[in-house]
Design a protein around this ligand. Structure first.
Ligand code: ATP
Length: 404
């Protein structure tokens, strides 16, 4: 069975439609540094508004602790959405309850409201099915139908992603459909050479996918935080860099498996090592096998792949026909550690074939570093979700919409 589409919901004119978007954008002092996820949400919202639906947008932002926290308010995002839609967007300071009910009741056909951050409510991410379902029922009082379009969260069993879809008539939005089209091109006979580039900071999440990707790819390039667990698995010291010691055996297994399958698993040969975490840190380029031999000794922190490695990665990427990249190569938010990510991004723009950037942070990185979306085959809004899809995992937020 394929995903239920918006058309399957029938006429939505005058209906209150709750849309689960992923508006989890990077913010700096209340300013949105990359509005890619807001832009990606537009097609579904515009289609519903054009039909005369009363649109109720819900989303999370960041990781507040199940309670209101002004740092994670969706209010600036609602304002940006209004600019992009060129239409008034109402905002409710509560996700559910009286304020939300009256904000939704105030909508006319073809009008839109954004409700405050879902994760200000403990029920959204609760482990207990009952707690999540109770919150989903509260949300459901605000809508007649539900459209799920937050691709970045479909791998999460959360109230607004999973439970709500079983309470109201539900369907997948246009963003989810587009994302899955592209990911299917990466899984169904991708043209070779096929290269996957992995980086970022969620090390254990991403280590898990490597086993699934190895049999499918020609080259696997490893940067970002996880590279240090690989170097450590090869017996090298990594100073104070990110390291998941409990994954060393798993990683050794991957190194052996890659060799057995003839996959080129390529690790950086040089690393930008810093004295501390910060833009003003002293930093030097060191051999990946001598990270502790810098003036910073065992306190040295690997924050980017070095220039030789970045060039080597770029050569492999440019000669590939299919490339999937998830996770920045270094701490690109700090200028001295952005070069590896920039070089890899530039190489992706040169690919003569399909190039896909997957992940909220990777997508933000390419935009913040000055690249345009149209220089890539596709920029996905979800890192974890796209990786789990490529792994062939069952994604709860898709299964509940009819996907098998
Ligand atoms: P998402 O899963 O949210 O869509 P993503 O998959 O694009 O995101 P993340 O795993 O969240 O990416 O990782 C991005 C973060 O990784 C960036 O904030 C970056 O600073 C950090 N990072 C990259 N390299 C390193 C490193 N060597 N040490 C510490 N952090 C790093």
């Amino acid at each position: 069975m394929t995903l239920r589409t918006i058309e399957s919901l029938g006429s939505l004119q005058g209906k209150r439609v709750i849309v689960r978007c992923d508006l989890n954008v990077p913010l700096e002092d209340g300013r949105i540094t990359d509005d890619g996820r807001v832009r990606a949400s537009l097609p579904t919202l515009q289609a519903l508004l054009a039909q005369g639906a009363r649109v109720v947008v819900v989303s999370h932002l960041g990781r507040p602790d199940g309670a209101p926290d002004p740092r994670y308010s969706l209010s600036p995002v609602a304002a940006r959405l209004g600019e992009l839609l060129e239409a008034p967007v109402a905002f409710s300071a509560d996700t559910v309850g009286d304020a939300a009910t009256s904000a939704v009741a105030g909508l006319n056909n073809g009008e839109i409201v954004v409700l405050e951050n879902l994760r200000f409510n403990p029920g959204e991410t609760a482990k207990s099915d009952d707690e999540r379902m109770a919150f989903a029922h509260e949300l459901a009082t605000l809508g007649d139908a539900f459209v799920s379009d937050g691709f970045g969260v479909v791998h999460r069993k959360q109230a607004s992603v999973y439970d709500l879809a079983s309470v109201l008539p539900s369907a997948a939005g246009l963003l989810i459909a587009t994302e899955l089209d592209v990911l299917d091109r990466l899984t169904e006979k991708p043209e070779s050479p096929y290269t996957v580039v992995l980086g970022g900071s969620k090390v254990s999440d991403k280590l898990g996918v490597i086993g699934h990707l190895l049999p499918r790819v020609d080259s696997l390039l490893i940067g970002g935080g996880m590279l240090f667990t690989f170097l450590a698995a090869q017996g090298h010291s990594v100073g104070a860099s990110l390291l998941e010691s409990d994954q060393l055996d798993t990683v050794r297994g991957y190194l052996d498996e890659a060799e057995r399958l003839g996959v080129k698993l390529i690790l950086p040969t040089d690393i930008v090592v810093a004295s501390k975490f910060g833009a003003d840190a002293d930093h030097v380029v060191a051999s990946a096998h001598a990270i502790e031999d810098t003036p910073f000794g065992s306190a040295g922190l690997g924050l980017d792949i070095g220039p030789d490695s970045a060039e080597a990665f770029a050569r492999v990427i440019r000669s590939s026909k299919t490339v999937f990249w998830n996770g920045p190569m270094g701490v690109f938010e700090l200028a001295p550690f952005a070069d590896g990510t920039r070089t890899v991004a530039r190489a992706l723009t040169d690919v003569d074939g399909l190039s896909v950037v997957g992940g909220g942070d990777s997508a933000a990185a390419v935009r913040i570093l000055g690249f345009n979306d149209d220089q890539f085959g596709h920029i996905s809004t979800g890192g974890g979700a796209s990786l789990e899809y490529l792994e062939g995992k069952r994604l709860p937020g898709l299964e509940v919409l009819g996907w098998q």
